[in-house]
Write a protein that binds this ligand. Structure first.
Ligand SMILES: *Cc1c(COP(=O)(O)O)cnc(C)c1O
Length: 387
């Protein structure tokens, strides 16, 4: 079956009530008919749910969908995107190991790699996402994993997935890809050889700004390791959030089509604005990695970044001038969202370090929503004209 059909029709078995939409299973534990059955489920000779930190039917349905949509054997759901990222590290890395990571990654992931893991004796070296020829030089004898995000947040850099996975194979490293910006509808990293795929389901997968969630997808063997880590340490997804996210996947394809259509139209419009130095969107031919983006993704995604003239001051002015778009710390919502990293998410970072991550003073990120494109454009236009 095709992507859209699997996203809708993979479903937990119906209960005796014959509900059409899937039931939700908010139960912390599950009962057994006998001591023998309980023993069988505990020892694994019989399948069954024991306790919702281990497994839950609502969570299972979401996991089966994610695995199917990412074209991999297995997936495990987590309480948030960061829980997925962290589990994908700790399930495979130990003291003395080294991680290679793209410099262009989500802020909290950068903190985990630079500080949290370091305190446990796991080191990290950052590489330039756009210069694959320099990656190999950073590999050490103890490098166990290459971690990337593509397209990246907020700079929309593209990682060459085939090249990276080939390099990882040659050096026996795990290739771990944050596929949050693209979603499995636009890009399936496993097709290019990724071993692990992590998601913040909070973003486009929920798509309506309601719940936090995450997932790690990959081979049975790899996901079993992540599963054991989550099961023991407790960053499991709640049944309610899993149910919401599973329903969200039913509309992922149509939502992403419209996010991408609106974003491309807005990106084309922004390129003509005289208040803007440059626009970055993977499917604009002016993007320096346009060809690569076209090879790996079916559409350009819902996020645009652009560089305003006038630096920090105009960034703040622009945010104050928008009327329809929301000022909020999220992306991938039905509602369009604008943010100015230099005065918010990256405020505390030393300027030099921030600039080296491509987060310039005038950089604005727009998560293009599902409102009518005419209204989105009009709002951005009046805000730009007010500068
Ligand atoms: C938001 C985000 C995360 C973290 O997800 P949470 O659900 O907020 O924990 C990780 N990676 C990317 C690219 C994100 O945008």
């Amino acid at each position: 079956m095709k992507f859209e059909t699997r996203a809708i029709r993979i479903q937990t078995e119906r209960t005796q009530h014959r509900e059409h939409s899937t039931a939700i299973y908010p139960s912390s534990s599950f009962v057994f008919d006998s001591a023998e059955q309980m023993q069988a489920v505990f020892e694994g000779s019989e399948e069954g749910n024991i306790y919702s930190r281990f497994s839950n039917p609502s969570v299972k349905e979401f996991e089966e969908k994610i695995a199917s949509l990412e074209n991999v054997e297995s997936a495990i759901a987590t309480a948030s995107g960061m829980a997925a990222v962290f589990a994908s590290f700790l399930a495979f890395l130990k003291q003395g190991d080294h991680v290679l990571a793209s410099r262009a990654i989500f802020g909290s992931t950068f903190q985990v790699l630079s500080h949290t893991l370091k305190e446990y004796g796991i080191d990290c070296t950052y590489v330039d996402p756009c210069k694959p020829e320099t990656w190999k030089e950073a590999i050490q004898v103890n490098t166990k994993m290459f971690y990337v995000e593509t397209p990246s947040n907020p700079g929309l850099d593209i990682i060459d997935l085939s090249y990276a996975s080939q390099m990882c194979k040659e050096h026996e490293m795990l290739f771990n890809v944050d596929n949050c910006f693209a979603t499995p509808y636009l890009q399936q990293p496993a097709k290019f050889g990724a071993d692990l795929i992590v998601h913040s389901a909070t973003k486009f997968i929920d798509g309506q700004g309601r719940v936090l969630g995450g997932a790690v997808a990959g081979s049975k063997e790899h996901i079993e390791k992540v599963y054991q880590f989550i099961r023991r340490t407790g960053a499991c997804l709640s049944p309610f959030n899993a149910w919401v996210l599973s329903k969200s996947l039913e509309t992922l394809a149509v939502r992403m089509d419209r996010h991408c259509q609106n974003a491309l139209e807005l990106a084309n419009y922004l390129e003509k604005s005289k208040n803007i130095n440059s626009v970055k969107y993977p499917f604009l031919s002016s993007h320096s990695q346009y060809k690569l983006a076209k090879k790996q993704m079916t559409q350009g995604g819902g996020i645009i970044s652009f560089e305003l003239k006038g630096g920090i001051d105009n960034g703040i002015k622009f945010l104050n001038a928008v009327k329809l778009c929301s000022l909020t710390a999220n992306i991938g919502d039905t509602r369009s969202i604008v943010s100015h990293p230099a005065s918010t998410t990256h405020l505390r970072m030393p300027e030099e370090e921030r600039l080296s991550l491509g987060i310039t003073n005038g950089l604005v990120r727009i998560s293009v929503g599902l409102e009518h494109i005419d209204d989105i454009k009009q709002d951005i236009e009046q805000a730009l004209n007010s500068l």
